[in-house]
Design a protein. Structure first.
Length: 681
């Protein structure tokens, strides 16, 4: 028989072994983590036997520092009372002092941390558990739930885009695509707490945190430090004296933990680092996300949706605010867009790299990928900017004593090989067709003209007919490694029935991957006369001694050409970019490990250059295997093999990946990886 006093809660149990697998949250080592729109169980242990006919139970969920029922931040759930359109709490089982309750959050519940309070009442007298002594529940987006706007009906993609802790970032040039492993580590100890802190500091109201649109946009600004003292400080200067070079990072974990501890921006990031961290944050919150690399990515600064280049009369390129990055890495996040016309849900571009402001803040997206493809650039958010990145035309101009003369449109010049890690494999998936119709097709040209019509120079595409009968193309030896000689070739084809005399001016520069020019590596001017229907070439060769000390990070090189055809007055301007390859690190160690046992892994690198590598630093990590670790090495002499050894003790079972990097003054972007299988014995 029930006592004549209200129940007193002794313990609150969250059945992690049951809720974790059901909610796909078993990998979270801390907190009670569940997904909205799906029931989870809690166990209530009281100080006496429960009589549900007399004892009334209520569970209260409190969100934020000032929870209020009218704001939707205080939810009072009578146990056993399920109402449509509200959170519910029902009894699954009651035995003695134990009651097992199923709680179902709404599919549009506020995402984040809730405090839980249990209230019991008997004959009008109440007993409440102390808030300070109760545990918290973290509620995430639920892409497994049909009623959640992040719903993705593909288990393989959910495994990849929500649960996978490891992936790739692609870099290089359109002709030479490189990849490096990236440890997203969204389940690593401490990461969920940091991500929830970012959500709390984002400036979003509690109810705005129901929406993946709002949350993804807010996280794009919080990952950079430009406005909100966010996670990463950008640096493209090639001087990283006061922080870590962007090429040294192997993943997001070290960055997020450092920000969470110090509460100040981590130095330094560039686009792939911003993207990697944003992928971690979005996956941790339950939003399907992936990193996307766009090669020859345009940066349009004046919303014209064209990229304008200017040359002086001598053939030298003049400064321009517009640029084309050799590559740029952003994110896609999966969600419905009910606030937009039908058909614009699915993958949305979200970009944390601080390039241009949006609504006065360095944030970007979410922008529907399908809107970019079709030139529907008036839709929010930042669709004009993204369209230009993937499908702007280059326009070349020459300064003729203050008057800028139109030279040519270059149509097939921006947006190539948009790349992301393939689902379930270590291969690369090309998603270019999601962003643009086939180059030169009627659909692609219609999209371009449609988009430019909404820009600042809608008259750009007035047709211009010119007499052009000489064709030009630029190539380079794309398989050359840093330290080898390089050769650039300009091929000239005369399609006319008369001979043509051409003057070609070539300049070669070291280039930052953002398109900003570094030191000039070489220059050549040459005259050629080509017979009717003939082909000739102009070649320019550079030895490693001529360029090695002038290279900047990523080892990118840009070739500019300005050519004049004397007879017809045809002028051709063009450019091409290529990347010198770097050698990989070699990681050695067991292919199988067991949880709790220590294993030794070695990382090796043989210096291929004729110069010493100074200030060499190794970095190594792996989700579930090893927290990020930095190991200064010093100098690696020419031909010397540098070697480090690191002990690892796995804490999680499954397929894991070790990733390592090497940075030095002379050589950057040296990476390696090794997959291991960890078993639970």
């Amino acid at each position: 028989m029930a006592a004549d006093r209200p129940l007193v809660l002794v313990d609150l149990l969250f059945h992690k072994d049951e809720n974790g697998p059901a909610h796909h949250t078993a990998e979270y080592l801390e907190n009670v983590v569940v997904r909205r729109g799906q029931s989870f169980s809690v166990g209530l242990l009281f100080d006496r036997d429960v009589d549900l006919e007399k004892d009334k139970l209520l569970i209260e969920f409190q969100y934020g520092n000032n929870p209020l029922p009218n704001k939707g931040t205080m939810l009072r759930l009578p146990v056993g009372d399920a109402k449509k359109g509200q959170w519910s709490a029902t009894v699954e089982k009651a035995e003695g002092r134990n009651v097992k309750v199923n709680i179902t959050p709404l599919a549009d519940a506020i995402v984040g941390r809730y405090h839980v309070v249990v209230e019991a009442e008997l004959a009008g007298e109440k007993s409440r558990s102390l808030r300070v002594n109760t545990r918290n529940v973290v509620v995430l987006f639920n892409p497994w739930c049909k009623d959640d706007l992040t719903y993705l009906d593909d288990n393989a993609k959910l495994e990849e885009y929500v649960l996978n802790e490891y992936g790739y970032q692609y870099f290089g040039s359109r002709y030479s695509i490189g990849n490096r492993g990236w440890n997203f580590g969204q389940f690593e100890p401490g990461i969920p707490e940091v991500v929830l802190l970012l959500l709390e500091k984002s400036g979003l109201s509690a109810n705005a945190r129901r929406s993946a649109v709002n949350v993804s946009r807010a996280m794009s600004k919080m990952v950079n430090s430009a406005d909100d003292n966010g996670v990463l400080m950008g640096n493209w200067s090639n001087d990283y004296s006061f922080g870590t070079p962007p090429t040294a990072w192997n993943g997001s974990v070290d960055i997020l933990l450092q920000w969470g501890t110090e509460r100040r921006p981590v130095r330094y990031g560039q686009c792939w680092v911003f993207s990697g961290v944003l992928t971690t944050v979005l996956r941790c919150l339950g939003i399907p996300a992936r990193s996307i690399t766009n090669f020859q990515s345009a940066h349009d600064t004046d919303v014209s949706m064209t990229i304008d280049y200017y040359f002086d009369r001598r053939g030298y390129r003049m400064e321009s605010e517009d640029s084309v990055w050799n590559f740029h890495v952003w994110n896609e996040a999966w969600m419905a867009r009910p606030e937009l016309p039908e058909g614009f849900g699915g993958w949305q571009v979200v970009d944390a790299t601080p390039q241009e402001t949006s609504e006065g803040i360095f944030q970007c997206g979410p922008c529907p990928v399908v809107a970019v493809k079709n030139g529907t650039v008036y839709l929010p958010y930042d669709t004009m900017f993204v369209f230009a990145e993937v499908n702007a035309d280059k326009v070349y101009w020459q300064n003729d004593y203050g008057y800028f003369e139109f030279l040519r449109h270059e149509k097939n010049s921006v947006g190539f090989h948009m790349s992301t890690k393939a689902v379930g494999t270590y291969g690369r998936e090309d998603v270019t067709e999601n962003y643009k119709h086939a180059e030169g097709s009627d659909q692609e040209r219609v999209a371009v003209r449609k988009a430019v019509g909404y820009g600042t120079t809608p008259w750009t595409y007035e047709d211009i007919i010119k007499n052009e009968d000489v064709e030009f193309s630029i190539t380079a030896n794309e398989e050359a490694y840093v330290g080898q000689d390089i050769e650039v070739t300009l091929t000239i084809k005369n399609t006319s029935a008369e001979s043509r005399h051409i003057t070609a001016h070539l300049t070669v520069n070291a280039t930052y991957y953002t398109g900003v020019l570094g030191a000039q590596l070489g220059e050549l001017e040459e005259d050629v006369t080509i017979p009717p229907g003939g082909v000739d070439t102009v070649k320019m060769r550079m030895t490693s001694k001529e360029y090695l000390d002038k290279l900047v990070e990523q080892s990118m090189i840009t070739v500019f050409v300005l050519a004049h055809v004397d007879t017809t007055k045809q002028v051709w301007a063009g450019q091409d970019d290529f990347r010198l390859l770097s050698h990989d690190l070699v990681i050695k160690g067991p292919s199988e490990m067991a949880v709790g046992n220590q294993y030794w892994v070695t990382v090796e690198f043989k210096n291929p250059l004729d110069v010493s590598l100074t200030q060499a630093v190794f970095r190594i990590e792996g989700p579930g295997l090893q927290r990020p670790k930095t190991i200064p090495y010093g100098t690696i002499m020419p031909g010397e093999t540098a070697r480090i050894a690191e002990g690892m003790t796995p804490i999680k079972a499954g397929k894991k990946t070790i990733v390592a990097s090497l940075t030095s003054v002379q050589l950057q972007q040296v990476t390696g990886e090794r997959e291991v299988t960890v078993k639970q014995f």
